[in-house]
Design a protein around this ligand. Structure first.
Ligand code: AHM
Ligand code: MG
Length: 340
């Protein structure tokens, strides 16, 4: 494509902003800071095999999981960049126990939640990883910013998205007016619009789940996985199983091609593994904007009221008909149990 036809992220944001008469450019500043941080992290991810930044950092994060060096680097880089945007009063991160209060920004109106490096177990094996973010507006200005301001339902997100550091580096985001994807052109270091108005198919052929845990899933989910494997020409089954263990990579593929990603509850982890504030809400906002669904098995993800920063919640997300199918099987399982 000739460069004259390229729309950079910067240009796209300016154009979008002009659609709102009251826009003051605050979100654009936050996006600029996210973009800069992602370029830095992208550079570090690309050279991870060359320099001594691979491996565990030695510390564990709040969920008791080992942090990789790059997790720590990504957290620091995004924290610094977002703080410098001048628009954000608080940042919460999967890698930090507590809220980070941005110095001198207590009157600012935005809050950012992030998973600075999702899928970090994939770093050492050169598979796709990414950064997930969401932006909320602070609602209470009578008191100092506090953790309560952060615990908002996902439906109140102002923007959400992810950077994926894959075979190419991309940004996919929404501000509630559809979903757009930008690919980083390494030669000019600009994110360029490559996937305008992403919509996800209502049906797909891919199911993504850690099947090693199958016997521990709710019975309705086990039944759905068996359904995915059945042979049936009319419904294009069996489906293909695709699971890399990096939410962003699995989600991104399914978003574009159609499919379902599931992280159900298990006996050991009754709330699943993924975190509501850092992983579920941003992905749910994106998928709904693209025409898909995101559910916890008992509620729409975006309607869940968070009770704590690092809350975990089960997830069923992706193509509308596939999510509805698994939910239907879970409900009929519950009804059967109730009638016994
Ligand atoms: P992380 O944020 O510590 O990387 O953990 C989240 C990741 C997701 O990206 C991925 O889908 C999931 O954990 C995989 O978990 P499991 O290995 O249990 O299937
Ligand atoms: Mg994560």
């Amino acid at each position: 494509m000739p460069y004259s036809k390229l729309i950079t992220l910067e240009q796209f944001i300016v154009d979008q902003q002009s659609l709102y008469k009251d826009a003051q450019g605050s979100l654009s500043k936050i996006f600029r800071s996210l973009e800069l941080a992602a370029k830095v992290v992208n550079r570090d991810v690309r050279k991870a095999g060359l320099v001594d930044i691979l491996g565990n950092h030695g510390a564990t994060n709040v969920q008791g999981e080992e942090q990789k060096k790059l997790d720590v680097i990504a957290n620091d880089v995004f924290l610094a960049a977002i703080s410098r945007s001048g628009e954000v009063c608080m940042i919460i991160s999967e890698e930090m126990d507590e809220v980070y209060y941005v110095e001198g920004a207590e009157n600012e109106k935005y809050i950012v939640a992030m998973d600075p490096l999702d899928g970090s177990s994939n770093i050492d094996v050169n598979a796709s990883i990414g950064t997930i973010f969401s932006i909320y507006r602070r609602t209470n200005f009578t008191e100092k910013p506090s953790v309560t301001d952060c615990l908002q339902k996902g439906k109140h997100q102002v923007a959400a998205g992810y950077f994926i550091y894959g075979s190419s580096t991309m940004l996919v985001y929404t501000t509630g007016m559809g979903v757009n994807g930008f690919t980083l052109d390494d030669s000019i270091q600009e994110f360029c619009l490559s996937h305008p108005n992403i919509t996800t198919p209502d049906d797909g052929k891919i199911y993504s789940v850690n099947e090693g845990n199958l016997n521990e899933f709710p019975e309705g989910v086990q039944e759905y996985v068996a359904y995915c494997k059945e042979k049936d020409k009319a419904t294009n089954r069996p489906y293909s199983a695709r699971y890399i263990g990096s939410l962003i990579a699995d989600f991104h593929r399914n978003l574009l091609k159609g499919g379902i990603y599931m992280y159900p509850s298990t006996e050991k982890a009754p709330n699943g593994k993924l975190r509501l504030m850092y992983e579920l809400n941003p992905m749910a906002f994106l998928v709904e904007q693209a025409g898909g669904l995101a559910h916890t098995g008992s509620a729409r993800v975006l309607d869940v009221k968070p009770t704590e920063l690092h809350q975990r919640v089960p997830l069923y997300i992706g193509s509308k008909n596939m999510v509805e199918k698994v939910l239907g099987m879970m409900v009929s399982e519950e009804l059967q149990e109730a009638s016994l």
